[in-house]
Ligand binder design. Structure first.
Ligand code: 13P
Length: 248
């Protein structure tokens, strides 16, 4: 049965010295027995942080990946490079990348396929804008994002994916979706996964909620039936992350 997965998305924060200092300060307080715990750190911090967690069960994730193996792609990092460095997860299709770096559903799909090819678990982000929510097209839009992200992803590979539902209006705004709003969309995500694959597969895929998660709201959100943990931004940069991971 699916396990809860709590991942921190540091976004573009902390230099390598700060990164190691922070991870050293929290790593022994984090309970990794009950849940999967992942830190998605800036590319420049991957190697030092991997070294820092090597005697723990904390997993390390990247925040982006390119869909070619190697070549003339200035500034990019391949799934092959990540895998060979010990990275086990990668965030794909975060709304910030879709909005600020013009990532399309097609690019997201290529990245998902490439990550799976190299045995890296993609954390696939989907989420609606405030305008879409107000226009009542949230479910329709999310269903489309899920279908496009998973095009040509074989059912045998579905055990290697995580979905993160992150409503754009809740990211970095302090405006968390209510537990019912988050549950409703995560449930619909599971329905669409059942349609694409089958109910058994859908029931085994980890679905996270992200958007202003903190130590006060984590427990209520993560205890909803279709929410299997969170993708945490701002609060993952502080000690708050320990309380979020150790939620009851
Ligand atoms: P915040 O937790 O800062 O709202 O960010 C959420 C997020 O974007 C995680 O990927």
């Amino acid at each position: 049965m699916r396990k809860t997965i709590i991942a921190g998305n540091w976004k573009m924060n902390k230099n390598p010295i700060e990164a190691v200092e922070f991870v050293e300060s929290i790593k022994n307080q984090i309970d990794t027995d009950r849940y999967d715990v992942v830190l998605c750190v800036p590319a420049i911090n991957l190697i030092p942080v991997l070294d820092c967690v090597k005697n723990t069960n904390i997993k390390i994730g990247a925040q982006n990946v390119f869909f070619e193996d190697e070549g003339a792609y200035t500034g990019e990092i391949s799934a092959k490079m990540l895998k060979e460095s010990g990275v086990e997860y990668v965030i794909i299709g975060h709304s910030e990348r879709r909005q600020l770096f013009c990532e399309t559903d097609d690019m997201v799909n290529k990245k998902v396929i490439k990550a799976i090819e190299y045995g890296i678990t993609p954390i696939i982000c989907v989420g609606e804008s405030l305008q879409q929510r107000e226009n009542n097209v949230t479910i329709e839009f999310i269903r489309m994002q899920i279908k496009n992200a998973l095009a040509n992803v074989n059912e045998n590979d579905t055990s290697k994916i995580v979905i993160a539902y992150e409503p754009i209006w809740a990211i970095g705004t302090g405006k968390t979706a209510t537990t019912n709003q988050a549950q409703e969309v995560c449930h619909e995500i599971r329905n669409v996964l059942a349609q694409i694959y089958n109910q058994n597969i859908a029931d085994n895929i980890q679905i996270q909620y992200g958007g202003s998660v903190n130590s006060k709201n984590a427990s209520e959100l993560f205890n909803m039936p279709d929410i299997n943990g969170g993708l945490v931004g701002g609060a993952s940069l502080k000690n708050d992350f320990v309380s979020i991971v150790n939620y009851k």
